[in-house]
Design a protein around this ligand. Structure first.
Ligand SMILES: *Cc1c(COP(=O)(O)O)cnc(C)c1O
Length: 229
């Protein structure tokens, strides 16, 4: 079941890329495993998926250590896609290959400090807030360039791109302007000398639109693993 849905997603990703004149291999599938059992994650690994996204440090900690024994030889990446509190930065650095949700200089500095202690270069993305929703995390658009300037000085961080999460819409087309805007913001930053190749955008309901607008990472849970409990 799950294997079948993953291969359908990969096909849809390829088609969306080709519609946009892009190469399908530019786009990575992040399988979102929050609330998903370790058994189902193992199945996903066996089906060939290699990048997994979790939104809570604590849940990820347990899952990653449970799985470490079983899939030690596979090259698996774990990504943090949910909001990160500063006091959990230390654990996030231990657990995650890429943190998608950096949204303040305070958090960036703490991650830099913890990465230094761990002897690691921590890969990060900056989460950008493009809507006025109170509940959404992320740095407002106008504060992005100042944040980029500051992060530039943090030697233990490797900033690879931007992430966003539009408001939920029934109709995926309504999310398109947000994806387009994130790409434009990235292109503007590029002109100022900040290279941000990765765009993490698009979920189960709207990943094809996100890919048409330039996503390089799509974060997909429900469409692979089924509805969350
Ligand atoms: C849960 C989650 C996803 C995946 O959502 P689906 O609709 O299940 O694909 C993607 N991104 C973030 C930040 C999430 O929290």
């Amino acid at each position: 079941m799950m294997i079948e849905s993953a291969s359908i997603i990969l096909k849809k990703m390829s088609h969306a890329a080709m519609r946009a004149g892009r190469c399908p291999s530019e786009i990575k599938l992040i399988a979102v495993t929050k609330t998903v059992s370790t058994e189902a994650v193992k199945e996903a690994v066996n089906a060939g998926l290699r990048i997994f996204g979790e939104n809570r440090v604590q849940e990820a900690q347990k899952k990653i250590s449970d799985l470490r024994f079983e899939i030690s030889n596979s090259r698996i990446e774990w990504h943090l896609i949910g909001h990160l509190q500063k006091n959990k930065a230390k654990y996030a650095v231990q657990l995650f290959d890429l943190i998608h949700t950096v949204d303040s200089i305070d958090l960036a500095e703490e991650l830099n400090r913890q990465a230094g202690k761990a002897g690691k270069i921590q890969r990060i993305l900056i989460q950008v807030k493009l809507s006025e929703e109170e509940t959404k995390h992320g740095v407002p658009e106008k504060e992005l360039i100042p944040l980029l300037e500051k992060i530039n000085d943090l030697r233990n961080l490797k900033l690879e791109g931007l992430m966003t999460m539009p408001p939920y819409f029934e109709d995926a087309e309504k999310a398109r302007p947000y994806f387009k805007r994130l790409r434009e913001i990235r292109d503007e930053a590029d002109k100022k000398g900040y290279r941000l190749p990765e765009l993490s955008m698009g979920m189960s309901g709207d990943f094809e639109v996100a890919i048409e607008e330039g996503a390089t990472m799509v974060r997909i849970g429900t469409a692979i693993f089924g509805e969350r409990k």
